[in-house]
Design a protein around this ligand. Structure first.
Ligand SMILES: C[C@@](CO)(OP(=O)(O)O)[C@H](O)COP(=O)(O)OP(=O)(O)OC[C@H]1O[C@@H](n2ccc(N)nc2=O)[C@H](O)[C@@H]1O
Ligand SMILES: Nc1ncnc2c1ncn2[C@@H]1O[C@H](COP(=O)(O)OP(=O)(O)O)[C@@H](O)[C@H]1O
Length: 285
């Protein structure tokens, strides 16, 4: 085998709470994350030469050691003293710097693909632990599915999948820096979402309660910095989404829908003023 092709799905945060700032500068979080069927594709080709090459079609991503997929390959090479190389091709479909963990998912897919290509024999748990060195969201992306993530996001507790539903993603034409959003977060006086309640609602497959409990403390920063995100939220709700929330640090807003006909109506309404709109399904498991 000298080639591997792997899907790298996007995530959304159904609940995101920040509890405190830690000594290491990161925030202690509690988040419920789930994957959706909007995905990049990573193709890895074995190179006999000792080098990492990276190329991408689609969205604009750095094609050097700033790329998180490149960093994943480098980490495995250094950790296991691998003398072979790899060509990484990214077919980019997930919007970049959007709150959908596109880069983290590319890194996770690269870890999983190289585990096969370089015959490393690592478990998912071992890959997730390595992934945490690249970014807080990479561990979750190694497993996918649905999870409660704690610590700085790297401690993963698997939970059952939410009931099937449609998700509409709408991204205004701005990129948001996760670091900047966390830096501007004021922990005092925050309205904290009920993360435990969200886990329970998912376990009980209670769609209405999932809609009631959507919450993300990072909205308090991003919606102020970028009023267009607030506008998209309001429009999506007005047009008829069952519930609406910003994903991660934003700026992507997602809406949940039980009925496809309604999803279609809101999709059409949003396309009038928002260029990037995607109708997808929860992957769940
Ligand atoms: C907000 C979330 C929610 O899922 O996702 P995105 O919006 O990025 O998709 C994550 O917490 C983002 O995870 P990730 O994008 O991997 O962040 P990292 O590269 O680890 O960190 C970027 C910067 O964000 C801040 N950061 C990140 C995670 C955390 N728990 N506390 C923090 O304060 C730190 O300043 C860090 O330097
Ligand atoms: N493979 C990649 N895909 C997307 N972004 C990447 C990738 N590698 C590095 N990046 C950089 O990571 C940052 C965050 O991108 P991304 O993971 O898409 O967003 P988010 O952290 O909001 O979920 C951007 O500055 C982007 O340039």
């Amino acid at each position: 085998m000298n080639k591997v092709s792997i899907k790298a799905p996007a995530k959304i945060n159904l609940s995101l709470d920040a509890l405190r700032k830690r000594e290491d500068g990161f925030h202690e979080v509690a988040m419920v994350m789930t994957t959706v069927d909007l995905a990049d594709r990573i193709e890895l080709t074995l190179l006999e030469a000792d080098e990492i090459k990276i190329e991408s079609s689609g969205g604009f991503v750095p094609l050097d050691d700033r790329n998180l997929a490149f960093q994943a390959a480098l980490l495995l090479k250094k950790t296991f003293n691998i003398k072979k190389g790899v060509n990484i091709h990214i077919s980019k479909h997930i919007p970049v710097a959007a709150g959908l963990a596109g880069g983290s998912s590319d890194a996770a897919a690269t870890l999983k693909g190289l585990n096969e290509l370089w015959k490393l024999g690592l478990s998912l748990d071992e890959l997730a632990e390595l992934g945490a060195k690249i970014g807080s969201d990479v561990s979750f992306c190694v497993y996918g599915g649905t999870a409660l993530a704690t610590g700085r996001g790297e401690k993963i507790h698997h939970i059952s999948s939410p009931p099937p539903c449609w998700v509409l993603l709408a991204k205004p034409p701005i990129g948001v820096s996760t670091g900047e959003v966390y830096r501007n977060l004021k922990l005092h006086g925050l309205e904290h979402p009920d993360v435990e309640g969200m886990v329970k609602a998912i376990e009980e497959k209670d769609y209405d309660q999932i809609c009631n409990l959507l919450g993300n403390v990072l909205e308090s920063v991003t919606l102020k910095m970028y009023p267009e995100v607030k506008h998209i939220k309001e429009q999506m709700m007005r047009l008829g989404a069952d519930a609406v929330l910003m994903s991660g640090s934003g700026p992507t807003v997602f809406g949940l829908f039980q009925h496809e006909s309604r999803l279609q109506r809101v999709y059409n309404g949003l396309r009038g003023f928002c260029h990037e709109v995607y109708a997808v399904r929860l992957l769940g498991e």
